[in-house]
Design a protein around this ligand. Structure first.
Ligand code: TRP
Ligand code: SF4
Length: 405
């Protein structure tokens, strides 16, 4: 059983600024973020350095793309009053932690990250034989650990990155969380909690260690979280003492698996920029109409009265995302019996897509018209993020012996 996060209700996630977001991002990622922002303390950031690991030759657009992406987020409903929205390169402490963690990260761990080999194979035109690209997953680990995030919402393809983050945190804590007088300090910290909490902590710890009672571990952690008077060091010690022999300086995050988006592209494959089958989040209605009207349908429906099979039609995939039960029933039976034509069948989803985009487009236009507002939101987010990052870095430097304690 691993050590969970100290700040268990903190969520962190990031996206590379690879251009305008599309409906696949909206249904796959952003809607999940929208839900999380009301339940957790959220940090959402633009991973612009990560974009450089693969796009260093065309870096001229990174700044503009980052800003546009933030506007996409805000337009989709990310609320800067709830979530901190920031840009990775404006919080240079990420780079410092990345560097420090690089000292203890075996090269083999990075070479074995599945996406490392995959991306090199998938992008054969790019020279990815760089030090920076090898460090992709480590930079991501630093992004996460610097906020001591409890949860990281990511898709399936990123789970291996969270796993390596946990391994690195564990290694860091093992190497730098040890103290010669750990047991004495733990004892003092327990006693300082007062008789009642001290007894609960000891009982819960025993239940966990002797019987593997995970519920007891949870309760012990929340007991510590609720004690606001505990010093940072003592909290780290008491967390660490639950299942190890050292302080927990960098807690291990958990991934929050984002359900794979069912959002199809115009051709029925997964919506993705590299397939050229996207509808942008802010695409103009007439362009949406045009793109969707030329979508392929079941090839069996050559003439209007040829029956079709929705299972062979990308338009049906759109109905699954956008239509209610009765519309789906209408489309399905109408298609199978040739009672409806493809044009009317499509029009229903075209209308639904445009309706979904309308408020998003208008919010985006408001932000586009006020660049200082967007600038201000980013600055505020960066400064809040930086505060949290600096707190962690002070402890990291201290634990590593770079500054005296
Ligand atoms: N690698 C992520 C992606 O490609 C982006 C990312 C960078 C990230 N750092 C992160 C995601 C930290 C979550 C947490 O989508
Ligand atoms: Fe596709 Fe609808 Fe035409 Fe059937 S009627 S083939 S589901 S567009």
């Amino acid at each position: 059983m691993s050590v969970l996060a100290l700040k268990r209700r903190r969520v962190l996630s990031g996206m590379r600024p690879t251009g305008r977001l599309h409906l696949g991002h909206y249904h796959g990622v952003l809607r999940n973020w929208l839900r999380l922002q009301s339940e957790y303390e959220c940090f959402f950031f633009v991973a612009d350095w990560h974009a450089l690991t693969t796009h260093y030759e065309e870096s001229g657009t990174i700044d503009a793309n980052s800003r546009e992406m933030v506007i996409d987020w805000l337009a989709a409903g990310i609320d800067p009053a709830k979530a901190r929205v920031f840009i990775q390169s404006r919080v240079p402490e990420h780079a410092e932690l990345h560097l420090l963690l690089s000292m203890i990260t075996p090269v083999g761990w990075l070479e074995r990250v599945p996406s490392y080999k995959e991306m090199r194979n998938n992008l054969p035109d790019k020279d990815l034989d760089t030090y920076g690209f090898l460090g992709y997953a480590l930079l991501q680990s630093a992004d996460i650990l610097i906020y001591r995030a409890g949860f990281v919402p990511v898709g399936e393809d990123q789970v291996a990155h969270i796993e390596i983050t946990r391994e690195i945190a564990r290694r860091f804590n093992t190497l730098f969380g040890r103290e010669r007088d750990f047991e004495d300090k733990v004892k003092a910290a327990i006693e300082a909690m007062g008789a009642e909490d001290a007894k609960s902590y000891r009982d819960l710890r025993r239940r966990y260690r002797e019987r593997g009672d995970a519920q007891a571990l949870e309760s012990a952690r929340s007991l510590l979280e609720d004690r606001e008077d505990l010093s940072v060091d003592d909290r780290e010690r008491l967390f660490g003492y639950l299942d190890g022999e050292g302080r927990v300086i960098l807690p291990e995050p958990d991934h929050l698996l984002t359900e794979a988006s069912k959002m199809p592209g115009l051709d029925g494959l997964k919506m993705s920029k590299s397939y050229g089958n996207t509808i942008e989040l802010r695409e103009e209605p007439d362009r949406v109409q045009k793109k969707m009207r030329t979508m392929p349908t079941d090839p069996a429906r050559v003439r209007r009265n040829d029956p079709g099979d929705p299972e062979r039609c990308p338009v049906w995939q759109f109905h699954l995302v956008y239509s209610d039960d009765s519309t789906r029933e209408w489309a399905k039976s109408g298609c199978l019996s040739a009672a409806i034509g493809c044009v009317e069948c499509k029009q229903r989803v075209i209308d639904a897509v445009i309706e979904e985009q309308t408020p998003i487009r208008s919010r985006a236009a408001e932000y586009e018209a006020q660049p200082e507002l967007v600038q201000g939101i980013i600055e505020e987010g960066c400064s809040l993020a930086r505060e949290a990052a600096c707190e962690t870095m002070e402890e990291v430097r201290r634990a590593m012996g770079l500054v005296g304690s």
